[in-house]
Design a protein around this ligand. Sequence first.
Ligand SMILES: [Fe+2]
Length: 289
Amino acid sequence: MVIQKNLFIVILFLFTQSICTTHLKEQFSQVGYQEICDSDHGIATYDSLYACFDELITFLQANPVWAQKLYIAKERFIRSENRNYYSTDFFGFYDESERAGRNQISFYYSVHFQDFLFSYYQEFKQISQVTNFFARCFAIQQSSRNLFNEVAAQLNVENIFFSKYGHIPILLKAVKYLPSYNPERPHYDGTALSLFLDSTDNQSLLLSPYRLVFTVDDFFSPSRKFCRSYNQNSIVLIPGTLLTEFSIYPTPHIVQQSGKIRYATIAFAMRPHYTFQKNNFSLLPNFKS
Ligand SMILES: [Fe+2]
């Protein structure tokens, strides 16, 4: 009797797991995203992050020697073995404020990059604009870790994240779009999963489930059940390009020009020790023509 009961529980567990996996994969293939309610962070968290980001931008623009030092640290970091854990070269500060069309400033934060910087370039610990910004990035990426773990388990892909570090490599991107920002095409993220954690203008983000052929009209603003408020947020999860062997295809997206300053925060789940496979994903339409 006990054996039968246990067997029933095991079958029920496997059945539920299978439904969850199918459900999320189906959701990605049908609408391209899943909305999740973030009850840990709201306006207070992100407005504070953006205020610190602005202070860091002002500091680095006024002190190019420090910006250069940060760049040298990043170049050294991507030549260390840490780089393979993230399988990307994007770390640190990217000031594209003067680059036509791009007109944005971003910072790619990771815990290992912070540790590297504070170990080999200890003078950064004395810069309050850096430490304040990093403290906020650390707290936010830490809370996205559990969510990525749950999603990886639901998709049955948690094995790809195993590494000697014992957890998913997360890159946290803070970005400030300037009024002249004007993108041409959508893009795919070179990630396993991407989480749009916050934006000061959600309507500007358009996406589409993966298709063999795309037109501009396929792109829409994800509908939201939850809102950006004091103590909660609406976050959107999409797959990137690194899960195709599990038949999970990337969701292309674009942040449209809004003519205003717009801030956003995105967490990227990367894939440890992944060798990039050349994939011919569907071409993406030009939004300017
Ligand atoms: Fe993206």
